[in-house]
Design a protein around this ligand. Sequence first.
Ligand code: SRM
Ligand code: SF4
Length: 581
Amino acid sequence: MSTDTIARDGPTDRSRDLSQPLDRLGPDETLKAGSDQLRGTISAGLEAELTAAVPGDDIKLMKFHGLYQQDDRDLRDERRRQRLEPAYRFMARVRLPGGVLSSSQWLKLDELGRAYASETLRLTTRQTFQLHRVHKKDLRAVIQGLHDVLLDTKAACGDDSRGVMASINPELSALHAEVYALAKQASEHAIPKTGAYREIWYGEERTLTDGPEEPLYGKTYMPRKFKIGFVIPPVNDIDVYAQDLGFIAIIEGRELKGFNIAIGGGMGRTDQAPKTYPRLASVIGFVPKDKVIATCDAVMMVQRDYGDRVDRGRARFKYTIDDKGLDFIKAEIEARLGFPLEPARPYDFTSNGDVIGWQRGEDGREHFTLFVENGRVSNFADIALLDGLRAIAQTHKGNFRVTPNQNLVIADIEPEDRPAIEALLLEYRLASLNKGSGLRLNSMACVAFPTCGLAMAESERYLPKLVEKIDAILAGHGLAQEPITIRMTGCPNGCARPYIAEIGLTGRAPGKYNLYLGGGFHGQRLNKMVLENVGEQAILELLGKVIEHFASERLPNERFGDFAIRVGHAAEVTEGRFFND
Ligand code: SRM
Ligand code: SF4
């Protein structure tokens, strides 16, 4: 198939960007276009018994099915020495809009995690679960197991609309229900419609469709991943400014009126590549709540049509906006909507963290937010977290909510059922997890080693130890309970959204990190790099100085990140595209 055919085979749209040279489209575009709508040779690759891997092209296509081929990086050198192929396994990412799941869904995930994923579940920064280390031969069993409880892994990765996020907000029960329903609808609406998933994983027959299999995506899907999130102020838990398309709920009285629209957020950057950068989303206007799905369509179409399909490194929506101009993109969105956006309405955020512990909703139901360090759910030497949560799910009649900070809410508990949940929290010593310092309870690390193929440094396995050392410094200045956000990633891709943390660390090499300071406490400001490619000693030395200064010179109630900016420990990032600019 010629590249010319590829570009023109998509759905008919009014303004595909014809300025991009068709003969230079990136190889991923050719791959998608020739994949028979994401079928490729995945089925055949699963049957090949001589290798634990799948063929190269199918690795990319399987991402659209929520599956990543990985290898155990702790074993890489040893296996190379032994002339064995790498220890290939797969990561399966569940699609769980808004992070809400029932007890029976929890129990199924627990069962699958124990049977196929090394007895561990991983809560993610986008409110879902990852099952790691699944053998190729077990992938169908995992996906069919998820299907039994109405879960799937569709579009959890790939160039499509990823997991849709929604605020947790336990105390605003009715609003949460309304916004969550919209997030679920948006997810359902925006995932690929191809029958490939049902055929490959559920063994269904291929059926013919009347029109195109992918009315929105065409043959080449999106230029790159596309992330949607819904937030209910005042808690910016989803980090709405990090979304490609963010919906900020506007509430008047107690009624949801609609949403301010924020576009073009993203974290990923590449070291020494200035053309890549994190960007905070720009708020461009307001839409009534019945226009949410139309807005998803309009914004996605603009990115589908204008996103860079030549250079994948510049293909995210944030770059499309900066290349074409915000006014141009807004006008294109309005043209597709068929009406102008109303002016953005006022709103306020206060934090982007979770309220840990018990909260009561307006409907009288109780919610318990459990701190899950870096989202890892396992039976640890001191605390049997996996067992404890299974025991809770066996009796809990409400739901669970995975938070955007990798924590877990045991939600919707009737007041008369609270004592039983409390007894289990006590029996398994889970409540003690909530007793961490202000820094620990606001910490987040990405997975990194040993499963992430892109990791350059440790993250999940290292941050808890580093926090212990920073905690000692904070305690020395009477700041042990001071809430400060700290986020670490094993590479600059930014999976734990480190560039909006008050303290951010991104891996450069084993034991080496860039240190960033000055992010806003409610995710409203990018931080700034203050040390590059340094080890633990340099990190602790600098933090020690800034913390000492903070303890003595902070203004009343001043946040650590704001202080770092005000006194010049981190100069304000002028290219950071603040919403208020
Ligand atoms: Fe991420 C790639 C893990 C949230 C930006 N991310 C990866 C991969 C799949 C590595 C790969 O491509 O081979 C990681 C798998 C590691 C593993 O072993 O599990 C990975 N990302 C994660 C998770 C699990 C981190 C976590 O510890 O929770 C998060 C899963 C979210 C989910 O449930 O869908 C995760 N990733 C994010 C976020 C945060 C967010 O979306 O709110 C970001 C920054 C926001 C953004 O997209 O800009 C993020 N991940 C990336 C990027 C950089 C994208 C870019 O535009 O440059 C990559 C690399 C890529 O896409 O090329 C990446
Ligand atoms: Fe992997 Fe980098 Fe994402 Fe961490 S930030 S999970 S190291 S891609």
